[in-house]
Design a protein around this ligand. Structure first.
Ligand code: ATP
Length: 360
C-alpha cells in the first residue's frame, strides 16, 4: 500500500448460500484514480462495488480505508466520506436546490457555506435554472444531473457510479458522459464506475478492472485492455469479434506465423512453435478490396456471405476458410465494390493481430 492508497482489499470473498459471488485476492484504489469495473452479466460488478461502498459486508477478508481496517460494525463513518450515483436517480420529493443541499446538512457542513457550494455545483452541471423546480417533474437526464450534483457537492473522497446513464437516450447519455469526464479530470476526484458500454471507458477511466465469476481476470489501462485482452471474455467485452483458432507454425525475428484454416497469418509476437492460440482481430482493423489479389502479408481472398448495416458502416461476414467479420465503408457498398456473394480480398497488418493462449 502506498501513502496515496484510499481503498485496499485483501483476500475478500462473499458467498450467498453455497454460491461464491466474490473472490478478490487484491484490489487497491489510489487517490485521484478513476477505475472502470467491467465484466459479463452476473460477474459481480455491482456486488463488488457495494462492498467497496460498505453497503454489503463480505463473508471474509479485509478492507482498508486510508490504511484503517474497516470495522464492519461501524461502517457509517467511512460511508460519509464517499458518495454514490446509481442507475435510478434517488431524489427527495422537494426542489432541486434542496436535493443538492440536503446531504451537506447531514454531513455537518457549516450552514453559511451551503448556498455557495450548492450554486457552484448546480452551475457546473448546467442546472442552475432548475434550482426551484420540484425534482419529481424532471426529465431522466435532468434527474441524473441532480444526482451527480448531490454526490459531487459533498466533495467525497471516493465517488461511486453504478451505470449512472444507462437509462438515458443516446444523445443525453453522450453529453452527460462527456461532462462527467471533464469534471473527473478537473477535480481529480477518485472514482469507481460500473458500465456495460466499453465506449465510455477510455473517456472516464485510466484503469480498467475486469471481473468474471467474482474474480479479477485483468487489470490494465483502457488501451491495453482494448488491444491486448488476455482472455476470450475480455476480448468479447471490448468488441473483438474475430477469435480464430490456430497453431504457431513458424517464428522469425520477432514475428510468428500462425496456421488458421487454409491461411498463414503473421503476428508480431513471441510464441513458441507448436502453441495453440486464438487469433484476435478487430473488425475495424480489416481492409477489404474488390476482387481476389494478394497485397502482401495477411492478405487473402474470400467471399462476402453476409452484409448488414452497422451504425454508419456496414458489417460483413466473409468466408475465407473461416468466418471473418469486418467493417466496410458505405462508399464501398454503394459503389458495388463489396456486396453479398462478391469475391473480395481481405488484408490486415501483423501489428493488429493479437494472440492469446487457446485455453477456453
Ligand atoms: N442476494 C443474493 N443472493 C444470491 N445471489 C445473489 C445475490 N445478489 C447477487 N447474487 C448473484 O451474484 C452474482 C453477481 O451479481 P452482480 O449483480 O453483482 O453482478 P453484475 O456483474 O453487477 O451483473 P450485471 O452486469 O448483470 O448487473 C449473480 O450471479 C447474482 O445472481
Amino acid at each position: 500500500m502506498s501513502s496515496n492508497t484510499i481503498i485496499e482489499v485483501k483476500n475478500l470473498n462473499l458467498t450467498k448460500g453455497r454460491k461464491k459471488i466474490l473472490d478478490i485476492e487484491y484490489f487497491s484504489l489510489e487517490e485521484g484514480e478513476a477505475v472502470a469495473l467491467i465484466g459479463p452479466n452476473g460477474a459481480g460488478k455491482s456486488t463488488f462495488m457495494q462492498v467497496l461502498m460498505l453497503l454489503q459486508r463480505p463473508t471474509g477478508g479485509e478492507l482498508f480505508f486510508k490504511g484503517d481496517r474497516v470495522d464492519w460494525k461501524k461502517p457509517i463513518a467511512y460511508r460519509r466520506r464517499m458518495a454514490m450515483v446509481f442507475q435510478e436517480p434517488l431524489l427527495l420529493d422537494t426542489t432541486v436546490y434542496h436535493n443538492v443541499a440536503s446531504g451537506l446538512k447531514l454531513r455537518g457542513f457549516k450552514v453559511d457555506t451551503i448556498p455557495a457550494r450548492v450554486n457552484e455545483w448546480l452551475g457546473r452541471l448546467g442546472i442552475s435554472h432548475l434550482a426551484g423546480r420540484q425534482a419529481r417533474y424532471l426529465s431522466g437526464g435532468e434527474s441524473q444531473r441532480v444526482s451527480l450534483a448531490r454526490a459531487l457537492v459533498l466533495e467525497p473522497e471516493v465517488l461511486f457510479l453504478d451505470e449512472p446513464f444507462v437509462a438515458l437516450d443516446v444523445p443525453t447519455r453522450a453529453a452527460l458522459t462527456a461532462e462527467l469526464a471533464r469534471i473527473l479530470r478537473d477535480t481529480r476526484i477518485t472514482s469507481v464506475f460500473v458500465t456495460h458500454d466499453y465506449s465510455e471507458v477510455p473517456l472516464l477511466a485510466e484503469t480498467v478492472t475486469v471481473l468474471e465469476q467474482g474474480r479479477i481476470i485483468q487489470q490494465a489501462s483502457p488501451r491495453e485492455i482494448m488491444t491486448r485482452p488476455t482472455s476470450r471474455t475480455v476480448a468479447s467485452l471490448v468488441g473483438v469479434e474475430n477469435m480464430i483458432p490456430g497453431k504457431v507454425v513458424g517464428t522469425q525475428d520477432g514475428v510468428v506465423f500462425v496456421q488458421a484454416g487454409p491461411h498463414r497469418i503473421k503476428s508480431i509476437a513471441a510464441v513458441p512453435v507448436g502453441t495453440n492460440v486464438l487469433i484476435l482481430l478487430r473488425p475495424e482493423d480489416i481492409r477489404i478490396f474488390k476482387g481476389v489479389s494478394r497485397h502482401g502479408d495477411n492478405s487473402f481472398g474470400g467471399k462476402v456471405s453476409e452484409l448488414l448495416p452497422h451504425n454508419y458502416l456496414y458489417k460483413a461476414v466473409i468466408d475465407c476458410g473461416f468466418p471473418l467479420i469486418a467493417f466496410v465503408n458505405p462508399e464501398q457498398v454503394m459503389g458495388g465494390e463489396v456486396l453479398a456473394d462478391n469475391e473480395i480480398t481481405v488484408q490486415f497488418s501483423p501489428d493488429k493481430v493479437h494472440l492469446i493462449g487457446q485455453y477456453d
